[in-house]
Ligand binder design. Structure first.
Ligand SMILES: [Cu+2]
Length: 388
């Protein structure tokens, strides 16, 4: 075999592999919903149409430049207003556009059709976490960047990324969804505009305060699908990932049942895990200092550390330190209202609807007695309950 034909073989094998490489590395994902497959199909169809147009236009151009070059004595034609040419170059693109618009419009209409959904999830964007509410079953929770990742990313360039499987793409509470059911999403936000984006579900929708946007997905394969906020929503915009875990229906129903406290067990309130959970959240009893401190640390890491940083050191110019803070070391009612009401016109939002009575009492107590603060007092959950 000659050298040239060998090279030709290598080159053609390489070209042959290109589409497959493109698909796995840089192309948009095919995804796991009927809509995501349609969107991918449209994307590829339009991609190939563009390739053909590009090839044709450049072929004609290079041919003309070469064939009618000056050294061959070519003379430019001198004509104006050729009706035939004008009709052709108007009609041909028009037909191409129509040919692309018809299937694209069909998919767009299908995307908007949220009727007959079997599960409805309200998704609310916060700086910088998501809140999920299962409107059918009443389950609701926040989903924020996993706290280990959150601590790691605050090390800046000192972080060892290799020990994380999905660095900055892991959350504390995953959004669990059933496979094979039409799931409707209602998107909104509580502070600034966010955007809920999960490429494998072909769902990307702006979450705008005061508005509800709709979208839907029918997931066909169980699995874990990751996404993120796709709207520049402030300083930590890059740190509000999304993790969707799609489960077969029976496992999904088991998960739902697990989330909901069984009513008869709560009523017994003698022993058992559920009773313990109820006691843990009880705002009416007296809480001990160490209980509040332990719970407060968990709440702080999950809800406050993204801004006030691990160790309460704050971020100069953006978020005040809690260590030595005049509020955390000052009168307790000011401290409470800072968290309960928030600070108007700042990133310090009201946590009244985000934290339970015991969460809020615990985190306030924790801030007053951690990070070198030694106020020594504590806030009972009943004091927060009284504000509501
Ligand atoms: Cu966001």
């Amino acid at each position: 075999m000659s050298l040239i034909s060998r090279w030709f073989l290598v080159l053609s094998a390489y070209v042959w592999c290109l589409p497959a490489m493109a698909r796995s590395n840089v192309n948009m994902p095919v995804g796991v919903t009927p809509i995501s497959r349609e969107v991918h199909g449209l994307h590829m169809m339009i991609f190939w149409i563009c390739c053909v147009i590009g090839a044709l236009v450049f072929a004609v151009m290079f041919y003309s430049i070469f064939k009618h070059r000056k050294s061959k004595g070519a003379k430019a034609a001198d004509f104006h207003e050729s009706t035939t040419v004008e009709i052709i170059w108007t009609a041909v693109p028009l037909f191409i556009l129509i040919a692309m618009a018809i299937p694209a419009a069909r998919t767009l209409i299908a995307m908007e059709d949220t009727s007959d959904a079997e599960v409805t999830i309200k998704v609310t964007g916060y700086q910088w976490k998501w809140h999920y509410e299962y409107l059918d079953s009443g389950i609701s929770f926040f989903s924020a960047l996993d706290s280990e990742h959150n601590v790691a990313r605050q090390l800046g360039s000192g972080v060892d990324v290799s020990k994380f499987d999905h660095y900055l793409k892991e959350v504390d509470n995953e959004l669990v969804l059933p496979v094979g059911k039409k799931v409707r999403f209602l998107h909104t936000a509580s502070d600034v505009i966010h955007s809920w984006w999960v490429p494998d579900l072909a769902v990307k929708k702006d979450a705008i305060p005061g508005f509800i946007n709709e979208n839907w997905a029918l997931i066909e394969e169980p699995g874990v699908y990751r996404g993120k906020c796709a709207e520049l929503c402030g300083r930590d915009h890059g740190f509000m990932p999304i993790v969707v875990r799609a489960l077969p229906e029976d496992e999904y129903l088991a998960w739902v049942a697990e989330q909901l406290p069984a009513p008869e067990v709560v009523a017994e309130s003698e022993s058992g895990a559920t009773a313990a959970v109820a006691a843990e959240d009880d705002a009416d009893r007296e809480w001990a200092m160490d209980e509040l401190m332990a719970k407060g640390e968990t709440v702080y890491d999950a809800a406050c550390a993204s801004c006030h940083q691990a160790g309460g050191v704050g971020l100069p110019g953006a978020f005040p330190a809690i260590a030595g803070s005049p509020v955390a070391n000052g009168p307790v009612d000011v401290h409470i209202s800072t968290i309960y009401v928030g600070v108007q016109g700042s990133a310090m939002a009201s946590f009244a609807n985000q934290l339970s009575d015991s969460d809020m009492a615990a985190v306030i107590t924790y801030q007053r007695n951690a990070f070198g603060n030694t106020v020594g007092d504590l806030v009972q959950p009943s004091a927060i309950k009284a504000l509501r």
